[in-house]
Design a protein around this ligand. Sequence first.
Ligand code: ZN
Length: 91
Amino acid sequence: MSALSNLIDYIKQGKKREEVPHGYCPNCWGRLEYGGQFYKAVRKKEIDLNNIEEHKGWIQALASQYLYGIDLKKKGTEWECKQCSTKYEHE
Ligand SMILES: [Zn+2]
């Protein structure tokens, strides 16, 4: 699954701000300038199950603005966050 479809699932499921979308760094997500900003913008836009498909491009743009670098990249057997260099055993 791509990072974008993980985010779309995350929004569809109406997750809480503290919960981290699959494939993103939990360490960085907790900071306001990443997850917090992303979450706030999504709430403000009032995206719901009926209109989420047509907002895919907007979500993608938002992710590159706020979540750039905190999506985990596979490195050998681990997953690494480029932003804070934290390594995770699993996704
Ligand atoms: Zn991180």
